[in-house]
Ligand binder design. Structure first.
Ligand SMILES: Nc1ncnc2c1ncn2[C@@H]1O[C@H](COP(=O)(O)OP(=O)(O)OP(=O)(O)O)[C@@H](O)[C@H]1O
Ligand SMILES: [Mg+2]
Length: 445
């Protein structure tokens, strides 16, 4: 195999056998000359003549042999440019199938519009029997039709395809002409990149929307207060200022939550390493919420097991996690019903399980998978009315991920919700895990 600079081709073995016949002839000729020189020198009379004849015959023999051993003769391919007829299609190389099968992306080889080869990723995506089919039937996509047509020129760059494989998958397709008359088709899965890009634009749009709403409200109230008649009434004035203060607080909470999220995300690869006394932290959160929201705060109940293994983490982030979960249970649980913070350890002491549960309205199952998305709320207008940003559970999820833990949400409509966080105990202090035990199964329900 060799490269022309444009692509790969396989050179045929032509020329080697034909030149070797010619070289053999020259070798015989050189040997005959040398023999003749030696014979003449044997039968000649003069010593100087004999030496001259012998020297001339040897010289001619060396020139003939040197011609035979030149690089061009040893490797005829290096000397002569390879003719078009000598280039074999790339798919005929004996290692080609194992080469393309080793690639994760779908790759197909086309002759005209016919699929000649498909690697395993392509067969998995387009069907096991795509080889031998017309590519326009295999990839039925309007955007690809022109490019796949027989003899069409390869596009400058890749083209975008949606819906091959599953409905939401996005691909980039590249078709390149190869020496030997074949075309290589490469599909590149861009779904992940597209999803990240989509998340980013959605996030910016949502954040702007969440900020714009209270800002518009504040501006409206300022305009009203500027009006001499309304602004002069102390009762109206006090009411409007109160709403403006609430809206400003909402904006501040949103900005604080956004900053928290980006800080937690920025640190996600650094596992927190400070010893944290979780029962003490739970008592602290209970005290703070009892003072700040005495009505509902009185319903907070602590249920902490004895003999808990030590834990390492980020105390401030774990406090934020507890505040977010308990606040949700206070907000969405029925007044007068308990909000329980419980802490247990797995039987082998390798995990701790922290749960916050309430007896409230619960969450319908269709919302559960989306609850930790940024700005996702079951009832947006209600959440906004009580000052929610829709970022609380998203922050919880990121804190759990940073602590290498797991988050589970169990909820039943009209019964209540339990959110459970499983965190690894400090491995330096925990006793070794007995073999054959699944620590998760050992955690009491
Ligand atoms: N314990 C719960 N019971 C019922 N619904 C809940 C509970 N916890 C969360 N939810 C639902 O999940 C949604 C998302 O919760 P999240 O904490 O992320 O946002 P929020 O509470 O609306 O606002 P924030 O926490 O930012 O103040 C809530 O709007 C609510 O609909
Ligand atoms: Mg919340």
């Amino acid at each position: 195999m060799a490269s022309t600079g444009e692509g790969w081709y396989i050179a045929g073995p032509m020329g080697e056998t034909s030149t070797s016949g010619l070289n053999g002839g020259r070798f015989l000729f050189a040997t005959a000359l040398l023999g003749a020189g030696v014979a003449i020198s044997q039968f000649g009379s003069n010593g100087v003549e004999q030496a001259m004849i012998c020297f001339a015959a040897g010289l001619v023999a060396i020139v003939a042999m040197a011609d035979l051993t030149s690089p061009a003769k040893r490797n005829p391919q290096a000397a002569a440019p390879i003719r078009e007829a000598e280039i074999k299609p790339i798919s005929q190389h004996r290692d080609f199938t194992s080469f393309i099968d080793g690639l994760a992306d779908p790759v197909l080889v086309l002759t005209g519009t016919n699929v000649r080869r498909a690697n395993s990723a392509a067969r998995k995506l387009l069907g096991e029997y795509c080889v031998g089919e017309d590519i326009r039937l295999v990839i039925r996509h309007p955007a690809a039709a022109d490019l796949l047509a027989d003899g069409s020129a390869a596009a400058d760059g890749p083209i975008q395809l949606v819906g091959i494989g599953s409905r939401d998958q996005r691909w980039e397709m590249l078709v390149r002409d190869m020496p030997g008359g074949e075309r290589i088709l490469h599909l590149w899965d861009r779904s992940g990149v597209y999803a990240v890009e989509r998340m980013r634009t959605d996030f910016v749009a949502n954040a702007s929307h969440e900020l714009r709403t209270p800002l518009a409200s504040i501006k409206g109230f300022i305009e009203t207060l500027e009006d001499n008649e309304a602004g002069a009434d102390p009762e109206v004035r006090a009411r409007f200022l109160n709403v403006m203060f609430r809206e400003a607080n909402r904006m501040q909470k949103l900005i604080d939550d956004l900053i928290s999220l980006s800080r937690i995300e920025a640190e996600k690869f650094r596992v927190p390493d400070t010893p944290v006394d979780l029962p003490d932290l739970m008592r602290e959160v209970q005290t703070v919420l009892r003072h700040s929201q005495p009505e509902r705060g009185a319903d907070i109940v602590l249920d902490v097991a004895a003999d808990l293994p030590p834990l390492r983490g980020d105390r401030a982030q774990l406090s934020q996690l507890l505040h977010n979960l308990v606040s949700n249970s206070m907000k969405y649980g029925h007044p007068g019903t308990p909000v329980t913070m419980a802490l247990r350890s797995s039987r082998n002491g390798a995990l701790v399980r922290l749960s916050v549960s309430d007896c409230g309205e619960g969450i319908a199952p269709e919302h559960l998978p989306r609850l930790t998305e940024r700005f996702y709320r079951v009832d947006s207008s209600r959440s906004r009315a009580i000052g929610g940003t829709g970022l609380g559970l998203s922050i919880v999820k990121h804190i759990v991920e940073r602590h290498r833990g797991r988050l589970e949400i169990d909820s039943e409509v009209h019964r209540g919700t339990t959110i459970t966080i499983t965190l690894p105990a400090d491995p330096r202090a925990a006793p070794p895990e007995p073999s054959g035990t699944n620590p998760d199964m050992a955690v009491p329900a």
